[in-house]
Ligand binder design. Structure first.
Ligand SMILES: [Zn+2]
Length: 188
């Protein structure tokens, strides 16, 4: 299997909050209706995506062939590294995010990345922390644009964002980076 991408129930939080139990997703070469389920946990609910093959509740589905299915239904286990991914595509950006988060001390995070979930730990330099969050939030925006608009990013754009040199990182607030899509190619 060539690992092109995966979807995570967290990507659909806003749709689920509105009470919808399904969503239509489109990507390069295909489309699929996905269905959500929920299980009561204490006073709240835990949400899942239903695997179209086995019908089990899953947090993530992986693209195999032309269908997003669960890991148990994949004929080969998805490979979570950078090999076999489209350079500049969503999985590639996700890989970059995970690497950057580890390197700069943000550590583990949930998709979609949200800077509000990562307050500055004691002892960290606040300007530096803020810059690292902006890099992560910008990469998240790029990843999202790759998933939903099939955008493939140029290496130099990714590099300018990863190093914090992109104009949008320098001039746009964290809140705006989270809320709006910016054409990061123009900020190189
Ligand atoms: Zn399955």
């Amino acid at each position: 299997m060539i690992f092109i991408g995966f979807i995570d129930v967290n990507f659909f939080k806003e749709v689920i909050i509105k009470g919808k139990d399904n969503a239509k997703i489109e990507w390069n070469g295909g489309q699929q209706s996905i269905f959500f389920s929920k299980i009561q946990v204490g006073y709240g609910f835990k949400h899942f995506i239903i695997c179209p093959i086995c019908g089990q509740n899953r947090a993530k589905l992986y693209l195999e062939g032309n269908l997003f299915i669960c890991i148990d239904c994949c004929s080969v286990k998805p490979y979570n590294g950078i090999q076999n991914t489209t350079k500049g595509g969503d999985a590639y950006i996700g890989y970059k995010m995970e690497r950057f988060a580890t390197r700069c001390g943000i550590g583990k995070f949930e998709y979609p990345f949200d800077y509000l979930k990562h307050p500055k730990p004691k002892g960290k330099h606040s300007e530096k922390w803020n810059r690292n969050l902006k890099i992560m939030q910008s990469l998240e925006s790029m990843r999202f644009q790759s998933i939903f608009f099939k955008k493939i990013w140029k290496s130099r754009t990714i590099k300018s964002v990863e190093t914090g040199k992109n104009k949008y990182i320098q001039h746009i607030s964290l809140n705006e980076l989270k809320r709006y899509f910016f054409p990061f190619d123009n900020g190189v």
